[in-house]
Design a protein around this ligand. Structure first.
Ligand code: KG4
Ligand code: ZN
Length: 342
């Protein structure tokens, strides 16, 4: 029998609840406090925590309504226990713990990064493992070898400075495009030329590859864009956006495809908020089909933070026979990818 799992996500500025039945997505409700943070140019932790408290009950109620189930039908709870903003995480963990205790149902504290990858399994009959995963979000950018998402993930490389999403956010800020930067740069780039400016591709030269074959660096690119803006008074925003985006996407894909080839794994999963990027999706399709790599990217709406991914990982943990978390688990703001279930 497939379990009905309710997943809660509050690691950043989205209060999100998803409900899955096995691998079938039944509900995905998101309430975002992004507008309250926009004028600060970044997420303000205390504001995010308060917004989670205010939104939680309503978001849970809406998800149950959308899924056409009652709270008493839920077989298990899942919640993001890390990494993320500690105050924000604690609102989700406390809510989920209260529900689990009240309903006398198991609770799975899950890793946010693994959950981004787990969402790929929803409504997908075929499981692709082992796979190489490119995980690109606002806080993380890494290349992983996923032998088993719940128990065997090897980190092949990661960013040595900014995350890919953070680079989009910073570039959008210096060009005055707004926050969060990813979606606005993506939109602006459609109006410009990706070949207008040849921005640097970090850690792709032969002398860097020896030590950093699968690592990323975006700080040099950020400096190059800032210098270009300073030196070019009449720059075209759309050209800068498109050329910057191309530099990021090009490096992400060069390294992911190299990781597939070197490891002999011809499955690539791209996940995390930046996987919503339209140019990344398009170029990944092109390069993977010429390299004969099977590509999977979740629908754009499931790439950015959501509750469905948390429920999906909870459901996976149950199907793998993993024990639920202890009552009274806490959150870990700095959890690494090796801690999948608490
Ligand atoms: O995974 P996510 O929703 O939250 C974290 O776990 O960090 O990722 C958010 C990041 C932000 O930096 C945002 O600018 C970026 O994902 N992002 C995008 C796009 N949509 C969101 N980056 C590039 N293109 C997009 N369309
Ligand atoms: Zn995320």
């Amino acid at each position: 029998m497939q379990p009905l799992v309710l997943g809660i996500e509050t690691s950043c500025d989205e209060t999100a609840v998803g409900i899955v039945h096995g691998r079938k997505l039944l509900a995905n409700v998101i309430s975002s406090s992004v507008e309250q943070h926009a004028r600060f140019g970044g997420v303000v932790p205390e504001v995010a925590s308060r917004a989670h408290l205010e939104a939680m009950q309503q978001v849970i109620a809406q998800a149950l309504k959308d899924a056409k189930v009652n709270l008493s039908d839920v077989d298990a709870l899942a919640v993001t226990a890390g990494p993320g903003l500690i105050g924000a995480l604690l609102v989700g963990v406390s809510s989920a713990s209260g529900l689990a205790l009240g309903l006398n149902k198991p609770l799975y504290g899950v890793n946010h990064l693994s959950a981004h990858i787990a969402v790929d399994a929803l409504d997908n009959e075929e499981k692709i493992q082992p796979s190489i995963a490119l995980l690109v979000s606002g806080g993380h950018s890494s290349i992983l070898q996923v032998n088993n998402l719940a128990s065997d993930v090897i980190v092949k490389g990661a960013t040595i400075d900014d995350a890919a999403g953070e680079a989009f956010d910073k570039i959008a800020r210096i060009m005055g495009l707004g926050f969060p930067g990813g979606p606005v740069v993506d939109r602006e780039a459609k109006l410009g030329s990706k070949d207008a400016i040849n921005f640097p591709r970090g850690l792709t030269h032969a002398n860097d590859l020896a030590a950093h074959q699968y690592d990323f660096s975006f700080s040099g690119l950020k400096t190059a864009v800032a210098r270009y803006l300073q030196q070019t008074p009449n720059y075209k925003k759309a050209d800068v956006a498109a050329s910057f985006q191309e530099a990021v996407v090009d490096v992400l894909l060069q390294k992911s495809i190299a990781a597939c080839k070197e490891s002999g794994i011809d499955n690539l999963v791209i996940a995390g908020g930046v996987a919503a990027n339209s140019r990344l999706r398009e170029l990944a399709q092109e390069r993977c089909s010429s390299a004969k790599i099977r590509l999977r990217i979740p629908p754009a709406g499931l790439c950015t933070d959501n509750g469905a991914m948390v429920a999906a990982l909870g459901s996976l943990a149950i199907s793998e026979g993993i024990n639920p978390s202890q009552t009274g688990i806490s959150a870990d703001s700095a959890a690494g990818i090796s801690q999948v279930i608490w």
